[in-house]
Design a protein around this ligand. Structure first.
Ligand SMILES: C[S@@+](CC[C@H](N)C(=O)[O-])C[C@H]1O[C@@H](n2cnc3c(N)ncnc32)[C@H](O)[C@@H]1O
Length: 429
């Protein structure tokens, strides 16, 4: 390939107009995530308002996710091919990240990868972008497999969990996530599915839920195996009351309703509760739905069980949401941990004597997990850990010595891995 523009030859970027909007959206999304700290999904929703074709939205998402999964390695290639380092937020660096991620991760032909990106730097450093891309293409540059996690994240997780978990996280970061389904009842029988727990089925990455048998009838919903554990650990409801304090979009509400709990589903976001209501309607399950702030919500009466699936850094779901690897900083983790303590106190007050408080976060940060529960227990003498038994968990996920559950990268890896999670089941005296 020779990406150098030559007089008289067709200008590839002029011929590639149809691919440009998706790349333009990718540039805006990356800027929103990396510079403004916006979650990928929100940035995508905003950027996609200017995209008319659903295929462009999917492509913008695929490109930005590829860039975010390989960001440090892409930057190392770019830095190795430029005389002076480009500023982190320079448009030229962003354009090169997009072109290289397409070429080296998504397999886009070099011609299309560069042609669709050059218009993004029109009136700017076109020559530089073109030159660096050409140099890297000619030298047959490649990305390491597995990718390197951002140095700060790798160091944080190495201190918390050790080298083997960091290595497993890097492998997971590049691995397409399988599709996990939770069923309202019985076992789903879908060809190619693997059941890791009752009412669970795992399908290979790329399976489309809406095209699977049973979707229209509401037989199942999409939920990572790790995310399905908190509700499982409350067992069968037998008509008892549970308050699901941060409930939307409702994966755990659906599980609890299906397990015969009388569920009060609370969430601050009316918009997200619309999705919860739609999920209840599709699956023919029932719950009382309340828009309220978990920091001030007081139920009419305490409940036998309270599930607090607290808002958190979400660093455990990095393979589906690679933006968390770049936006979540220690300061934000500390602020979230403080809010989690306040929410835990409200959840404690909403739990009836003899009842269970189930706390969970999809975070890989001990501050939001082990340390949060330790701090809570020192302040709430009426609560104690109700230890989870190994038999309550899927094979390959084992409880910690004190009876909490920590799902780490590397667990059930042969079966496709799981999101990072922390769960504590607490009993109130
Ligand atoms: C981790 S998500 C919950 C996922 C949900 N449990 C499920 O299984 O589908 C956290 C939720 O907390 C909600 N949230 C954030 N702050 C809140 C607050 N102060 N009070 C109630 N809900 C809040 C968010 O709107 C979000 O829906």
């Amino acid at each position: 390939m020779d990406p150098q523009p030559t007089q008289g030859k067709p200008r590839p970027d002029r011929d590639a107009g149809e691919g440009v909007p998706a790349r333009g959206a990718a540039l805006r999304i990356l800027d929103s995530v990396l510079r403004k700290g916006l979650p990928l999904e929100s940035a995508l929703d905003r950027a996609a308002q200017n995209l008319t074709l659903p295929a462009d939205r999917a492509l913008a998402h695929a490109i930005t996710a590829a860039v975010l999964r390989h960001l440090d390695d892409l930057d190392a290639l770019i830095d190795g091919a430029t005389a002076r380092p480009l500023p982190n937020d320079a448009k030229a660096r962003m354009a090169l990240r997009i072109a290289l991620a397409q070429r080296l991760v998504l397999g886009t032909p070099a011609h299309a990868a560069i042609a669709t990106v050059l218009p993004l730097v029109d009136g700017g450093p076109r020559k530089l972008v073109h030159g660096v891309f050409g140099t890297l293409s000619r030298s047959d540059a490649r990305l390491p497999d597995p990718p390197n996690l951002p140095a700060a994240v790798a160091e944080r997780w190495r201190i918390a969990w050790g080298d083997a978990v960091v290595a497993a996280a890097a492998r997971l970061a590049a691995m397409p996530a399988p599709l996990d389904l939770s069923f309202a009842s019985g076992e789903g029988a879908i060809e190619g599915g693997l059941s890791l727990a009752p009412r669970h089925l795992r399908l290979p990455a790329g399976a489309r839920p809406t095209e699977l048998p049973g979707f229209a009838e509401g037989a199942f919903w999409v939920q990572d195996i790790a995310a399905s554990l908190p509700a499982r650990l409350l067992g069968e409801g037998r008509g008892r009351r549970v308050i699901d304090l941060c409930a939307a979009p409702g994966g755990k509400t659906l599980q609890l309703a299906a397990a015969d709990w009388r569920v009060t589903a609370v969430d601050l976001s009316a918009d997200r509760l619309k999705r919860l209501r739609a999920n209840l309607a599709r699956t023919h399950l029932a719950a009382d739905v309340i828009v309220a702030d978990a920091l001030t919500f007081t139920p009419a009466a305490p409940a036998e069980a309270v599930l607090l699936d607290a808002p958190c850094s979400a660093t455990g779901i990095f393979r589906r949401h690679p933006d968390v690897l770049h936006r979540v900083r220690p300061k934000a983790i500390a602020a979230l941990a403080e809010r989690q303590q306040a929410m835990l106190s409200r959840a404690a007050a909403a739990t009836a004597p003899g009842g269970t408080l189930l706390y969970s976060v999809c975070s890989l940060e001990p501050e939001e997990g082990e340390q949060a529960i330790e701090a809570f227990l020192t302040r709430h003498a009426r609560f104690a850990i109700d230890p989870v038994e190994a038999a309550e968990l899927p094979e390959g996920i084992t409880p910690a010595a004190i009876g909490t559950v920590r799902v780490l990268p590397g667990m059930i890896e042969a079966a496709g891995g799981a999101d990072g999670f922390f769960i504590a089941r607490l009993k109130k005296k």
